[in-house]
Design a protein around this ligand. Structure first.
Ligand code: THU
Length: 157
């Protein structure tokens, strides 16, 4: 038996002003997308935004349903728009924020898996920018850092 350890490198920015301008704008786009959230059941608004290689920003927001399991997360809504409207553009980064500012918006497991699939399609890492408490922003170089041992098409053999 061998005990192994996983380590993840990530960054914490004290405020958005420490980020490059394109990432500041991406977080602003995700914050604006909070107005598009339809969340009458949880009252938990989530906004997302994807930055494409040509600088286009794609907003996304959670869309809930009275049949709760049908609720769609902000991240997956943004990914669907990016894939349908800009199929030939690579994704560079995704920002995720919540209306409740003092929390770390951790993408759910389903979204991590779907972002992972998109990273495989993309052929390049997607930087994840996540809102943290006290105005902090956490950055991960790849969704793989948030989904160790992620399942992918190559695992199907
Ligand atoms: N939600 C997201 O939009 N993204 C996540 O990564 C986590 C959860 C939404 C789904 C639901 O509308 C609400 O937050 C509460 O779970």
């Amino acid at each position: 038996m061998v005990e192994l350890k996983l380590e993840v490198d990530y960054r914490c920015y004290a405020s958005t002003t420490e980020l490059p301008p394109e990432y500041q704008e991406l977080l602003d786009c995700a914050k604006k997308a909070l107005d598009l959230s339809y969340s009458p059941y949880s009252s938990f608004k989530v906004g997302a935004a994807i930055l494409l290689e040509d600088g286009t920003q794609i907003p996304g927001a959670n869309q809930e349903n009275a049949s709760y399991p049908l609720c769609l997360c902000a991240e997956r809504n943004a990914l669907a728009v990016a894939n349908i409207q800009y199929p030939s553009q690579k994704m560079v980064a995704m920002a995720v924020v919540a209306a409740k500012e003092d929390i770390f918006v951790s993408p759910c497991g389903a979204c991590r898996q779907v972002i992972w699939e998109n990273e495989q399609r993309n052929g390049a890492p997607i930087t994840m920018l996540i809102q943290g408490p006290e105005g902090k922003v956490y950055s991960f170089k790849s969704i793989g850092d948030l989904l160790p041992f992620g399942f992918s098409g190559t695992d199907l053999g």
